[in-house]
Design a protein. Structure first.
Length: 267
């Protein structure tokens, strides 16, 4: 079974084996990686976390869990430019640095193992966590509580001062969508690291995990352009054109397609 097939098989389980699926994504980029070793490393971390948790009912332990990880030096990766290791779970476990989504995946898996209620929240630009029914969210990088005001400020830092916080920003995310977001992160990190073949793997996984958006097809078209593969680029530009509602962008896409048609196909 290929790493991609193993990842998708994990998502078919009930409930989905989310963390293991994310580990198989890392294997796709690092073929010599042994998933069992990563899971064993996670088990060791679980024991360290458990030793530092207070004796409270499980529904009150989510914030303590995330804060325990920060005590163990798990922090947001502030390296610039950010590299793919910030999103590959085996690297996050060993370096104790990662993107908010990667750190959240650790918290979610540990919470599952320890029967602590916790869910991922698909907040734009900075993945968040929440205890079901709570009136606040949790920052996976610090365990800090975020109420409506803090969420609005975070959104405006991500999207600009005119951004308006809505209920859609605070919705839980399912396993497929979470891994699709992880794959988008990896696609971007591999692109800025000048690794187009790795970025192409991520771009293909994005399209396989759920309904793609306009940006997903444009991103893969750009990767195909770098790889000098006009047939692949043309396919994604055509799909992007079907999804595009902006007149100016449609004109730009049409012009780009005409330029490709005028060039001989190499692949």
């Amino acid at each position: 079974m290929t790493p991609r097939a193993a990842c998708l098989a994990c998502l078919q389980q009930q409930p989905p084996a989310l963390f293991e699926a994310a580990v198989w994504i890392a294997v796709e980029h690092q073929p010599h990686l042994q998933p069992n070793e990563v899971m064993q490393q996670l088990g060791n971390l679980q024991q360290q976390v458990l030793q530092g948790l207070p004796e409270l009912p499980s529904q009150e332990l989510a914030q303590a869990l995330v804060r325990r990880l920060t005590e163990l030096d798990f922090q947001e990766d502030d390296e610039y430019p950010l590299r793919p290791q910030a999103a590959l779970l085996n690297c996050v476990l060993s370096r104790r640095r990662g993107q908010p989504l990667s750190l959240a995946l650790l918290s979610l898996e540990l919470a599952r193992r320890l029967a602590i209620p916790l869910q991922g929240i698909n907040f734009p630009g900075h993945f968040l966590l929440r205890v079901p029914g709570a009136d606040h969210l949790l920052d996976p990088c610090s365990g800090r509580r975020l109420y409506t005001r803090e969420c609005r400020e975070l959104l405006q830092r991500q999207q600009g001062p005119k951004a308006q916080l809505t209920a859609s920003h605070l919705q839980p995310i399912d396993a497929h969508s979470l891994l699709q977001r992880l794959s988008r992160n990896l696609r971007h990190l591999h692109q800025i690291s000048h690794e187009p073949l790795a970025a192409l793997r991520d771009a293909e996984r994005v399209l396989q995990l759920g309904s793609p958006c306009l940006a997903d097809h444009l991103a893969r078209a750009d990767i195909y352009q770098i790889l000098d593969c006009p047939q692949g680029e043309r396919f994604d530009l055509q799909r992007a054109l079907l999804l595009c509602d902006d007149l100016a962008q449609r004109l730009h896409l049409s012009q780009r397609l005409r330029q490709l048609s005028a060039s001989p196909a190499l692949h």
